[in-house]
Design a protein around this ligand. Structure first.
Ligand code: HEC
Length: 206
């Protein structure tokens, strides 16, 4: 995400980077050792997800009111990863966003995340309130014990300017340039847009 924010706006160079994004290396397996009490991990992850959601929504609304959706692209493109990085640095967690239908290939889900997103879709289809859907597990990722947390992100009215079906032509032009593989269009209010995804290290002796 850092690479992409650093070179955003450079046109063809960015396109090249996005197209050659390597496959995700992360592998998730079940946690071998006895898992610790999840409660403090869950509390920390919820707070981090909320901090990111609140900051993003406030910045988006402000930018849209100041200069429309085109002006606000930079919030999602540049500021979202920066805000996520700042919260990660503050909390010691790794905080990001992912989706089944992603815009930036850097946000592609790994296998575990994809399974959780599909589970959110099933729960929604069964009548669950997306605002309340979350999922967590202790896993081993790349050989290290981790706590993993995801929280569903519903599509709200304010999201449609950039993720809906009726996008302004100038906006489409910008998005096509920045995200040639964009799949994050055509959403309706109430759809599952994606999820916050959080990784916390699990110390050997808590
Ligand atoms: C001004 C345009 C704009 C608006 C409005 C907007 N987004 Fe986005 N969204 C983007 C862009 C651009 C990206 C790609 C960010 C990146 O490069 O990491 C993105 C990425 C995302 C992602 C990360 C997964 C992916 O597809 O890459 C999620 C989740 C997301 N948006 C949810 C939302 C939600 C929920 C709302 C409404 C509250 C919203 N967005 C409103 C432009 C927008």
């Amino acid at each position: 995400m850092r690479i992409i924010s650093a070179i955003a706006g450079t046109g063809p160079a960015l396109v090249a980077v996005l197209t050659i994004a390597p496959p995700l290396a992360t592998t998730s397996t079940a946690y071998a050792a006895q898992a610790p009490d999840p409660a403090p991990y869950v509390a920390k992850a919820r707070a981090a997800a909320k901090a990111l959601a609140t900051a993003l929504k406030a910045r988006l609304e402000q930018a849209i009111s100041e200069g429309g959706a085109e002006n606000a692209i930079r919030i999602c493109n540049i500021e979202a990863p920066e805000i996520a990085d700042a919260i990660s640095a503050d909390t010691g967690l790794s905080v990001g966003r992912t989706a089944l239908k992603w815009r930036n290939p850097a946000n592609r889900p790994n296998d575990w995340e994809r399974a959780v997103l599909k589970r959110f879709e099933r729960e929604k289809a069964a009548g669950a309130d997306l605002k309340k859907l979350e999922h967590f597990a202790f896993l081993t990722e790349d050989g290290k014990p981790v706590f993993r947390y995801m929280k569903a992100i519903p599509t709200a009215e304010v999201c449609l300017a950039c993720h809906g079906s009726d996008l302004a032509p100038e906006l489409v032009e910008k998005l096509d340039k920045l995200y040639p593989q964009d799949r994050a269009r055509g959403f309706k209010v109430g759809d599952l847009r994606g999820a916050f995804t959080i990784t916390a290290p699990v110390p050997a002796t808590p």
